[in-house]
Ligand binder design. Sequence first.
Ligand code: NAD
Length: 497
Amino acid sequence: MAESVTFKNFIGGKWVPAESGETFQNVNPADRDDIIGEFPASGPADVENAVEAAKNAFEGWRKTPAPRRGEIIFRAGELMKARKEEIARAMTREMGKVLKEARGDTQEGIDTAYIHGAEGRRLHGFSAPCEMPNKAGWTVRVPIGVAGLITPWNFPLAIPTWKSFPALVSGNTVVFKPASDVPHCGDLFAEILSEAGVPAGVFNLVHGGGGSVGTAIVKHPDTRVISFTGSSEVGRGINATGGQMLKRVSLELGGKNAQAVMDDADLDLALEAVLWGAFGTTGQRCTATSRLILHKKIKDEFISRLLEATRKLKLGNGLDETSEVGPLINPEQVKSVHGWVEIARKEGAKVICGGEPSTEGSLRKGNFYKPTLLDGVTPGMRVAREEIFGPVLSILECDSIDNAIEILNGTDYGLSASLFTNDVRNSFRAMEDVESGIVYINAPTIGAECHFPFGGVKQTGNGHREGAHPIYEVYTEWKTIYVDYSGSLQKAQIDNQ
Ligand code: NAD
C-alpha cells in the first residue's frame, strides 16, 4: 500500500490548505485499500480567496499579448508530453480507466494545448467597410474576467484542458474545481501550468465538493463566465443561478447515445465499434454507446457474436496492461448502475450478460461491474431513454432506416450518434435527420478530436460547443471599434436617409 500524502489548493501561486483545515480522502477505484491522498475539503472562504487572486491577476494577464499567452499554453503542452506516462499512470490509479485510455486522455490534453497555443496568434476579429466616408470599423475579442470552471471525473485531464486553455489564451483568469474523485490529476495540471509560466493568480485550483466549492464558484458575483461539464441535473441548477446573475454559462451535460446497425453494414466493424463504444471507460463517457439498435434481419446473428465477445472482456486494474475494462469510479456508482439493471428487469428487458458487480479474486477490492447486455428493450423503457453511465448496453430492434432514426432521436439527449451502413442513401439520411451534436458514420459514438466542435443538442447542453473555434464565443466578448477621421460629426442612418 502506498503512503498517504496530503495535497493542497493552488491559490495566488501558492499551495495552501483549506481555510478550515479539513480534508477528504481519495482512493484508487480498482483497489480501495490504495489511498492516493488527503485533499483539502474547501468551502466558500477558499473560493473567495481564489476569486480574489484571480481578480488581482486579471489586469496583468489581460495586457499580456495573446501570442505570449499562447506560447505559455504551448509550453504546458510540451510539459504534459514530457510527463505523459507519469500523468497517465496517476490518472489510471485515481480514476480507473485502463492505461491506454489514460494515455489517450493525456494526449488529448497535449493536442488541446497545441491548438489553443496557436490560437493566441489568431483570436480573429473582423473588419468591414463603414457606411460613412472617412470612417473605419472593426472588431476585437476581449476577455470577460474570472472564469469558473467545474469538471467531472471521467476525463480528468482532457476536459480541464478544453476549458482552461481557451479561457487563458483569451486573457481570462481561472478558478478551477475538479471533481472530487480526481483531485490528484487537478494538482498535476496546476503544477504544469505553473511550471509553463502561467503567472501567480492567473490559474487557481480549489478542491472540494460540488455543493460547497462548486456552488460558491457559481454564486460568486465576480465569476463572470461559468463553464460546467457534468450531469444535466446539476447543469440545470447552474444555468438557473447563472441566468439570474446574467453570467455567461456554458454547459456540456449528459447523453444517451446509440449505435444503429443496418442489414447492409460491415458487421465485423460494427461489432468492434460497439464493444469499444459501450465498454470503453467502463461506459462512463458522456458519448458512451448506451443503446444498440439492430436491424431485425441481422439482430440474432449480431447478438450472438456480441455476447461471445462481451463475455471475453477482461476486467481488472487499469495499471495491468492486459486489462480491457476498468472499475467504476466509486461504490455509489456501482449501486447506481446495478439499480438501472434492476429497473431494466422490472421493465421486462432480459439480462443476457453480466447484470451484477464483479467480485472474483482481487476484483472484490475495487468497484467492478460486469459488462452487461440488455435484450428486448423497447423505446419507451427508461433504460432506453435515460443515462446510465456504466457498462450497460440496451439492445433495441428496428426494421428500416426511418425506424432506426426515430429510435435514435427518441431521447431527451442529443450528443453523439452512430450509424453503420454501406448504403450512401442511409448515411445521408442519418447525417440530415439525426438530432445530435456529433454524427458518426461507420465509427463508434466515442472518439472526438479536439479541433472539431464538441457538444450536443436538447438536454445535452445549452447550445455552446467546446473545442475548435466556437469555444472562443464562450470566453470572449466582442468589442466593436469605430474611428471617424472625417473631422465632422457624421450620424449613421440619420445622414443616410
Ligand atoms: P456531476 O454533475 O455530479 O458533477 C460534475 C462536477 O460538478 C463535479 O466537479 C461536481 O463536484 C460538481 N458539482 C456537483 N454539484 C454541484 C453544484 N450544485 N454546483 C456546482 N458544481 C457542482 O457529474 P459527474 O458525476 O462528475 O459526471 C458525470 C456526468 O457528466 C454525466 O451525466 C455525463 O454525461 C456528464 N459528462 C458530460 C460531458 C459532455 O461533454 N457532454 C463530458 C463528460 C461527462
